[in-house]
Design a protein around this ligand. Structure first.
Ligand SMILES: Nc1ncnc2c1ncn2[C@@H]1O[C@H](COP(=O)(O)OP(=O)(O)OP(=O)(O)O)[C@@H](O)[C@H]1O
Length: 674
């Protein structure tokens, strides 16, 4: 092991020395200074990558039947002298048998070894013999590392599962499919694990996507915090983690009712915003502008033609406005040219009559267009290019254009829809009057999370596609997304290369789709690969059995998940309605005494959080409102008043299903005593 760590240390010091010398080197000019900054930044990232791989650097080894052995680790390390790497990156093809070999298909392996390191010392070893040979003194066949990983205490932060990825998970992580990969699986089947390891694999195996960046989208800040360590511990510090609100870059203070949030999530809002915007794009009428002493008028058809061409030529209302203005000015100068032509023809005819000469023979049309300002001299001396340039800068023209095609901000557009009952009625005819009244807002109200995708849609309509896009996008808890949120995510992934994981049985009340087809149809049709995960690594068999009836009610067509683990049977404690919080405190006290050091969570209806906090529950456990429990896990979970959770908001039974499946060891439910 020491040779691997020595090489890592050497690589880190080399990179540090290189960076220091780059920073010391004088830059002759701005170009060189820029180059120097870039190199220094790249080296800083490389140092970060090497340093963060240090913990648990090596976790596996495979011994082939022919005697060749490879060590598997978080990153790859090579020496210059040796052909074989000292350490193989877990994502490399050579590491594949570590994850995929089974006694039935040993893939040429004799032995698979799992190692656990603390600091730089091996603290446990566990071997599996795959070719049917008998163990020798060198083999340590014992309890599997998966069992060890699963029974470890939870810390409140997710850890990488790189050493113990299971075959059905690994197949998805390592898939060569570059389009849309969808993973459906029950609670605790490792969807988040797969999503994050997939992100790391994409960075390693698809350089183009890596260059364009990888984005991981999660449902809320609590969840992002929970998963935030995983990718850095795999040596990947460059993945962007964000919620939809953060992507839209909107600060939100208001909270919508679930009904309102759900309505705002429907994609007819996108049509409504687009329809309303068209009202601000030269809807009708002609255009008149003063050029010098003359007024030039363009008829409605010409204005409409300029509008259609502008919309086709530029993405976004404001960029298209520039094109529209230029096209209008072109049309104005064309009209002037035509008028001038008529005038000159009249002059030609009159002078020919008077003098018997053909003026064209002397001057030629081109020569008539000599230098001159629009309002100086007779029309045949006007330089139309100069007129055009002047008109582009002319404040009067801009004012006239502004009437037909006003500059807008995304806020203007959303406000124009949501603060105006008539606009709502006109553009959302399919909603009932009562539904529309839920959408109506005051002009000064703060924005809500459900407004963020509307503002993002409006930004797209008004200013064009987002500047920052990604080569691959990973979405966790994807069942939660509304149609409007899907639109904003897909906009950020022009290549449509995505990994989407979720469980529709756990969908919250705001989700607008019932299954993957409905969610993805508008964006990729049926072009996605669906995988199922079937084994739960969190929830015990006893807990899964206790929620079986609930699952059959909320998602009759979902296959039940099986668990690798068994544990205590879930318990129910009853208490009088005004004694529920006290019962929670007692239960937590008992659990923390009996199992010191374990991570406990209390999940309650959102409205109860304050009451539990006031009783000091946070000393023993994390208090989690049911609406934010998705994706989280604890050693022990106390669910307070399941009835209240399941009736607190629409689809509350799914919230309850989420709450009841968060424990790795112990579940206690506190219910009202009848
Ligand atoms: N291959 C594995 N090795 C070790 N631990 C694993 C493995 N797969 C999953 N786990 C553990 O099982 C737990 C559940 O995994 P994860 O959170 O990814 O499941 P999930 O399907 O996303 O759950 P949910 O549906 O509740 O969001 C986590 O603690 C995770 O670390």
């Amino acid at each position: 092991m020491s040779s691997v760590y020595e090489l890592l240390t050497e690589r880190i010091s080399e990179a540090r020395a290189h960076r220091a010398s780059v920073l010391r080197a004088p830059a002759e000019n701005a170009g060189e200074a820029y180059e120097r900054e870039n190199t220094a930044e790249r080296l800083a990232k490389e140092i970060g990558r090497l340093e963060s791989a240090e913990r648990g650097l090596v976790f596996g080894r495979i011994d082939r039947a022919d005697g060749m052995a490879l060590r598997i680790g978080r990153i790859g390390l090579h020496t210059q002298q040796d052909d074989l790497p000292l350490l193989v990156d877990w994502r490399a093809n050579a590491a594949r048998p570590f994850y995929e070999a089974t006694p039935v298909h040993p893939m040429g392996l004799r032995r698979r070894r799992h190692l656990r390191l603390e600091q730089r010392t091996v603290v446990s070893v566990s071997d599996e013999l795959l070719d049917g040979s008998a163990p020798t003194d060198e083999d340590v066949v014992g309890d599997g590392p998966l069992t060890e990983a699963l029974s470890a205490r939870r810390t409140g932060r997710m850890h990488a599962a790189v050493a113990t990825l299971q075959a059905e998970q690994d197949e998805i992580v390592r898939s060569a499919h570059r389009g849309v990969t969808v993973v459906q699986g029950g609670p605790g089947t490792g969807k988040t694990v797969v999503a994050l390891h997939r992100a790391a694999y994409v960075l390693y195996a698809f350089p183009r996507a890596a260059q364009e960046g990888v984005l991981v989208v999660g449902p809320n800040a609590r969840f992002l915090d929970y998963i935030s360590q995983v990718l850095p511990s795999l040596g990947e510090n460059d993945v962007a983690l964000a919620t939809c609100r953060e992507l839209a870059n909107v600060s939100t203070e208001a909270v919508d009712s679930f009904e309102t949030a759900r309505l705002k999530g429907g994609d007819d809002l996108a049509d409504a915003l687009a329809g309303l915007l068209r009202r601000h794009q030269a809807p009708a009428g002609d255009f008149t502008v003063r050029v010098g002493r003359e007024a030039v008028r363009l008829p409605g058809e010409e204005v409409a033609a300029a509008r259609d061409a502008a919309v086709a030529a530029a993405a976004g209302h404001n960029p298209a406005r520039r094109v529209f203005k230029e096209l209008l000015i072109d049309a104005v100068t064309d009209a002037m040219r035509r008028d001038m032509g008529d005038l000159l023809e009249r002059i030609d005819a009159e002078s020919a009559m008077m003098t018997g000469l053909d003026l064209d023979r002397f001057t030629g049309v081109a020569q008539r267009r000599t230098e001159g300002t629009p309002d100086a001299g007779p029309a045949h001396e006007v330089d139309l290019d100069a007129v055009r340039a002047d008109l582009l800068d002319d404040a009067g023209v801009d004012r006239a254009v502004e009437v037909l095609w006003p500059r807008l901000t995304p806020d203007d557009l959303v406000q124009a829809l949501l603060t105006d009952a008539d606009a709502l009625a006109e553009h959302l005819p399919r909603l009932s009057a009562q539904e529309r009244s839920l959408l109506l807002r005051g002009a000064d109200s703060p924005w809500s999370d459900a407004d963020a995708p509307l503002l993002d849609e409006a930004a797209y309509l008004v200013d064009g596609p987002p500047e920052r896009t990604y080569g691959h996008v990973v979405v966790d808890e994807a069942q939660e997304l509304t149609a409007m949120q899907w639109r904003m995510i897909v906009r950020r992934c022009p290549a449509r290369a995505m990994t989407l994981v979720g469980d529709f049985a756990q969908a919250g009340p705001v989700a607008t789709a019932r299954d993957w087809k409905e969610a993805l149809g508008p964006h990729v049709g049926a072009r996605f690969r669906l995988h199922h995960l079937t084994v739960s690594y969190r929830t015990t068999q006893e807990i899964l059995e206790s929620v079986r009836d609930l699952l059959a009610r909320i998602a009759p067509d979902h296959r039940p998940t099986r668990s690798l683990r068994s544990g205590e049977r879930p318990r129910t404690v009853t208490a009088p309605v005004d004694g529920l919080a006290a019962a929670v405190v007692r239960e937590l006290g008992a659990q923390s005494t009996a199992h010191p050091g374990e991570l406990l969570g209390v999940i309650c209806a959102d409205a109860r959080v304050g009451e539990l906090a006031a009783r000091g529950v946070a000393h023993h456990a994390r208090i989690v409102p049911a609406s934010e429990a998705r994706g989280l896990e604890f050693d022990g979970v106390v669910v307070m008043d399941p009835e209240e959770i399941s009736t607190a908001r629409p689809g509350g039974e799914r919230d309850l299903y989420v709450a009841l499946t968060r424990a790795t060891k112990r579940l206690c439910t506190i219910t009202v005593r009848p």
